[in-house]
Design a binder for this molecule. Sequence first.
Ligand code: NAD
Length: 267
Amino acid sequence: MGLLTGKNALVFGLANDKSIAWGITQALHREGANIGISYAGEMLEKRVRPLAAQVGADFVEQCNVDSDEQITAVAEKAKAHFGEIDVLVHSIGFANKNELQGNFYDTSRAGFHLAMDISVFSFVALAKAFQPMIRRGGALLTLTYYGSVKVAPNYNMMGVAKAALESATRYLARDFGPQGIRVNAISAGPVRTLAAMGVSGFRDMHRNFVEMAPMRENITIEDCGNAAVYLCSNMSAHVTGEIHYVDSGYNIMAAPDPNSLKEQKGE
Ligand code: NAD
């Protein structure tokens, strides 16, 4: 019996087989959850449907989270299909490419609003729409990045959005706590995905990560999936409002380890 047998899990943010949402979907499925998938728009459908079939998901629905109507519609469809939901995963982020390079002060008003709307408000809006159908013992989960706490060059607007998302996670944890529902975030190390490639200099950041991280290894979408199983199952009962790092320990370091630099040079 899996850790999530008999649970209904809805995953938002699947784009392709590189998506963090895919690592999470596979892990939730492995642990016995019934999977539902929501994706952003028509252009992604031909990538998403075959992945959904691999995990036996027969709830596959489009939802652009910039639309209140689409959020309401997907919630109504989920209610009709599943009745109740145990796990809701929000693996969505977006900022215009021009906001992910250069100086942060060049962020436009419209770009600021857009990134906050899609990357932060959508989590709040989904939480509200699904609140009536999430079962006691259920869990909400979002994805964040360390650029919320420290400056990651070029991450700019997304860093500010992730700071707001982490705060929203704590406020939602307070709201949902009395219902016995937990709200947490995974702070993932860099992973080569569609969204990440939009950040200027991401390839270098991904490469340099292993020099700083105590474990000297990049993380995988499978790592995020396994952490998601913990955070969405009874294994983490009474853990809520937390930012859980899956980053090979990168966030505990204040400077690159000289031993790591020697290892790189083969000394
Ligand atoms: P991804 O491109 O695979 O996923 C991002 C998803 O957001 C896509 O499925 C996209 O369709 C969806 N999305 C964007 N705008 C949307 C909208 N208006 N409506 C609905 N969906 C929309 O990339 P990913 O890296 O897997 O990103 C998932 C989450 O993980 C994001 O929140 C991202 O910030 C976060 N994250 C990524 C990394 C990384 O290095 N890749 C690190 C830490 C956190």
